[in-house]
Design a protein around this ligand. Structure first.
Ligand code: ZN
Length: 470
């Protein structure tokens, strides 16, 4: 990944700064030799490093075995990482005769070294919830280097596997990495026990949603009985990082799923404790992307109050409500202390929303989520929404549909707010204006049906009291 990313750099100065070396092993043009080994010699002669000193011509399979065994011993002294040798038919004619399987030549076979192992301590065993609701135990390891990467997690597959290994929390274990992203625990070293190790028990209730866990007949896996468990967690995380929430760049649904699959992130607060060591072993995370993501997350340790409220994903609390709450209470401390009556007294907040907010802040889950987030957030900022007293949209609810020429959706929202109006995504009898842009569809029809005034972009700009660029 690092090599491919380096070669793909658009700026050759960056590529040059990376200290990437290259060993040639094949020549695309016909150069009139009969042996593959001569290609290496030729490449070396015309100035390409081709690793001739590392190559060996073997007469038979025993010599191949010997070479493989010898290189196993010297591999750690090489200044690059190798995971095996390639056994190549030396006669170019024979190589062609034996042909290909798919894209892979039969005449060149990778002969890999055994997977690398290391010993470390299982500090804890966590539970990860898969898309199908399956609960997978994951070992949280004291960080250790295996096969060139830092390893801090290993899958334990299921409860039976833990029993088979005889694994306890606190045990010293052998971890093995065989090309997979998440390494395996392949053995326990009971002779190193101190007596403080703890037996692991599968939870009886889902650590995510607290539903009962069940076992299907004939299966080794435990499942969360709540069919939507995975989706709920994913949705919560996607909502948290969304544009109106923490707006974390580069953290889309796929990356979130990947972080969950590696048991790195369960709840939003976990994002703030990610490290480069966590990310780098993951696919797509080589190169700068790990640092970029960590930087994007770090930047959001200072967050606007209304974004913080919105990101919590409290039922019935959208962007508009979050802003109203931020304006009214001004600080998280005052919001958390608010009674239901005080919440109801906030302009634009009805009984249902007030009830939902109050229930959330008083629930164990809500309290825990807020306090764990607050332990990572360094600063919550608040600028009271600017509300023009003279604005011609004061007290008016506006829906925008279709594409406007001069405003993106977010710009239109902001402009409506700045003019004292309220933006809404759906048309109802309470809507005052529907601004219809190009290709407006069902919302315009709905507006006609319920008798809401439909205006075009020019009229909208007049209502705002200005054109965007003036
Ligand atoms: Zn669950």
């Amino acid at each position: 990944n690092a090599a491919a990313g380096t070669v793909r750099q658009l700026d050759p100065r960056i590529t040059a700064s990376r200290k990437l070396s290259f060993l040639a092993y094949e020549c695309a043009s016909e150069i009139g030799v009969d042996l593959h080994s001569d290609i290496h010699v030729f490449l070396q002669d015309i100035g390409f490093p081709s690793g001739v000193l590392l190559n060996r011509i073997c007469k038979d399979i025993q010599e191949v075995e010997m070479f493989h065994a010898q290189t196993t011993k010297i591999r750690d002294s090489l200044d690059f990482w190798v995971d095996g040798v390639v056994v190549n038919v030396n006669s170019i004619a024979d190589f062609r005769t034996v042909g290909f399987v798919g894209k892979a030549p039969r005449g060149a076979v990778a002969y890999k070294y055994p997977a690398e192992q290391a010993t470390t301590i299982v500090e804890d065993i966590g539970i990860q919830i898969g898309r199908t609701g399956v609960l997978t135990p994951v070992a949280h390891l004291r960080s250790v280097q295996v096969a060139g990467t830092t390893v801090s997690r290993a899958t334990l597959h299921n409860e039976d596997e833990i029993k088979r290994l005889g694994l306890k929390i606190g045990d010293t274990v052998i971890v093995e990495k065989a090309g997979d992203i998440i390494p395996d625990v392949v053995g326990v070293l009971p002779s190193l026990r101190t007596g403080k190790e703890k037996k692991f028990h599968m939870p009886t209730h889902c650590p995510m949603c607290n539903s009962k866990v069940v076992k299907k007949p004939g299966e080794v896996n435990w499942y969360c009985a709540n069919a939507k468990c995975f989706a709920i967690q994913q949705e919560q995380l996607e909502h948290f990082v969304s544009k109106a929430g923490f707006d974390i760049e580069g953290l889309g649904p796929k990356i979130l799923e990947q972080l969950r699959a590696a048991d790195l992130v369960k709840a939003p607060a976990d994002l703030f404790i990610l490290t480069r060591e966590d990310l780098e072993p993951l696919e797509r995370f080589a190169e700068k992307s790990a640092d970029n993501l960590l930087q994007a997350i770090r930047e959001k340790k200072t967050i606007a109050f209304h974004r913080f409220i919105y990101a919590l994903g409290i039922r019935h609390v959208g962007e508009q409500t979050a802003r109203a709450l931020a304006d009214h209470f001004g600080s998280i401390k005052r919001l958390l202390a608010a009674t239901q009556e005080e919440l109801q007294a906030v302009p634009d907040i009805g009984d249902v929303v007030a009830q939902s907010l109050h229930a959330y802040f008083r629930s164990t889950d809500g309290e825990q989520q807020v306090s764990s987030l607050l332990s990572h957030i360094t600063h919550i900022t608040h600028n009271k929404s600017t509300q023009q007293k003279e604005g011609r949209l004061i007290g008016k609810t506006v829906v925008v549909t279709g594409t406007l020429k001069h405003y993106s959706r977010d710009e239109a929202k902001e402009a409506i707010r700045a003019a004292g109006g309220k933006w809404s995504s759906s048309v109802s009898k309470k809507t005052h204006y529907v601004v219809a842009g190009a290709d407006s569809g069902s919302k315009e029809k709905k507006a006609r049906d319920v008798g809401v005034q439909i205006i075009n972009e020019a009229t909208f700009e007049q209502l705002l009291g200005k054109t965007k660029n003036s």
